[in-house]
Design a protein around this ligand. Structure first.
Ligand SMILES: NC(=O)c1ccc[n+]([C@@H]2O[C@H](COP(=O)([O-])OP(=O)(O)OC[C@H]3O[C@@H](n4cnc5c(N)ncnc54)[C@H](O)[C@@H]3O)[C@@H](O)[C@H]2O)c1
Ligand SMILES: [Fe+2]
Length: 416
């Protein structure tokens, strides 16, 4: 098969301890009046205030909007747009976790094109470039600083909803691991686990026929030569650092490696896409009010087991990147050893084991199945086709904690 590669990426990506000092110059080139989008916690932080001063010292007028709320309820977007309009913003800088960066993306979109967030839900609805956007993450997790998607909570929708468009990609992403030193262990675990699921789902997602319009037909293109490269790089870095950064937040080498992994995972899934673990988390997160990273990481070993016979060689490559040592025996055995290692890693950073642990009750499982299958953008990416019985199997196993029922019967296996 001939190689196909595509990558959707910011114009500038800067990575390294202390690299937030590159912000003023990028801000100066992005515009003259910058709206800085963040949350209340960060707006009072000394390092944040120094960054704002640095932008001002470069001759850029600044207005700070600090009304972002975690998991991004849509009302806070409208408030940010009003502040940006009144200020006459010509550029946007998002500083914070994934919620702040997603807010900055959507505010930059609405300031450029008007309307409300719901006008752009779905894929390819953004008509053109947004205001120039600089994104600076303070968690090692979502990769939102490099991805073409923003995820919102809308009270009119049962589950979280996305706006996906190449126009949403930041012009510049600045990843400074020093900004993550203040993350408490639980946030390090949950956001880092989200990043690892991005890399695993990107690496195992379905590959599409590379026809002449593939890159224009889908925002998320499926597995390809570039996304594979970034996914394996991310798995290697996150696998080596997640537990260390969780147990010792002053392990700066681990902090750096984790952030590098989260950003490269963003490059991988921002082009390839994610799949079933993310599809199931959307309803589960809405029903239990648990963080995105907790839900996707909990689901990941079950999803890998469900998909094993559709992508066993890829799962073994993931095991190699993670440094799993017992990869002998058949491909299926090595894939199982990798899935066990992922489950152990997530358990070691406090990710719960079952949907029941998150507070889901049996009566809610059919709603989870129905709403998960409604995430067509994610479901179509899964390597094993997902119909109602297969999704039932997945959700039921992740409720009871029994992964053994998930591998396909031998006669239905695609690969072994
Ligand atoms: N756009 C994408 O590509 C993408 C991908 C995955 C997830 N998401 C979305 O991102 C959001 C999750 O983002 P997140 O996991 O980064 O968390 P978050 O942005 O929701 O932040 C969670 C909490 O951590 C705090 N926080 C952030 N940085 C901190 C730091 N350095 N020190 C101490 N506290 C800090 C925040 O103030 C907030 O209270 C969800 O809404 C999810 O749906 C987006
Ligand atoms: Fe995610």
């Amino acid at each position: 098969m001939s190689a196909f590669g595509a990558i959707r990426t910011p114009r500038n990506i800067v990575f390294g301890a202390g690299q937030r000092s590159s912000l003023p110059n990028y801000a100066k080139h992005a515009g003259k009046r910058a709206l800085i989008v963040t949350d209340e916690r960060l707006a009072a932080d000394r390092v944040f205030l120094e960054m704002v001063d640095g932008v001002r010292a470069a001759g850029v007028e600044v207005k700070v909007f600090s009304g972002v709320i975690a998991e991004l309820p849509v009302e806070c977007i409208a408030a940010g747009v009003n502040v940006g309009k009144a200020f006459g913003a010509d550029s946007v800088i998002g500083i914070g976790g994934g919620s702040c960066i997603d807010a900055a993306k959507v505010i930059a979109l609405l300031l450029a094109h008007g309307g409300k967030a719901s006008d752009y839900y779905g894929e390819f609805k953004v008509p053109g470039p947004t205001l120039p956007l600089i994104s600076i993450p303070t968690t090692s997790g979502t990769g939102s600083e490099v991805t073409p998607v923003a995820v919102l909570t809308d009270p009119d929708r049962a589950v979280k909803i996305g706006i996906a468009s190449p126009h949403l990609i930041s012009e510049t992403a600045i990843c400074d691991p020093e900004l993550t030193y203040s993350c408490p262990p639980s946030l390090t675990a949950v956001s880092g686990a989200d990043a690892l699921t991005h890399a695993i789902e990107a690496f195992t997602t379905a590959r599409r026929e590379a026809g002449p319009t593939l890159v224009h037909d889908h925002v998320f293109l499926g597995k390809n030569a570039f996304s594979d490269h970034y996914a394996l790089l991310a798995i290697k870095h996150i696998g080596a650092s997640l537990h260390a950064a969780y147990t010792n937040g002053s392990d700066y080498a681990a902090r750096e490696s984790l952030m590098f992994g989260a950003m490269t995972a963003g490059l991988a899934f921002g082009t390839a896409g994610t799949a079933a673990a993310h599809a199931v988390q959307y309803p589960v997160g809405a029903m239990t009010h648990t963080p995105h990273g907790t839900g996707v990481a909990l689901m990941m070993p079950y999803v890998m087991q469900l998909n094993r016979d559709w992508c066993a060689p890829e799962i073994v490559e993931i095991g190699n990147a993670l440094g799993v040592t017992n990869l002998g025996g058949s491909t299926a055995d090595a894939a199982d050893a990798t899935i066990d290692a992922i489950a152990d890693l997530f358990a070691s950073v406090g990710i719960p084991a079952t949907l029941a642990d998150l507070g889901i009750v049996r009566d809610e499982l059919s709603t989870v199945v129905e709403q998960a299958l409604g995430s067509v953008r994610l479901v179509k990416n899964n390597p094993r086709p997902l119909d109602v019985p297969t999704m039932n199997l997945l959700v039921d196993a992740s409720f009871t904690g029994d992964r053994s029922a998930l591998s396909a019967p031998k006669n239905e296996r695609k690969a072994s």
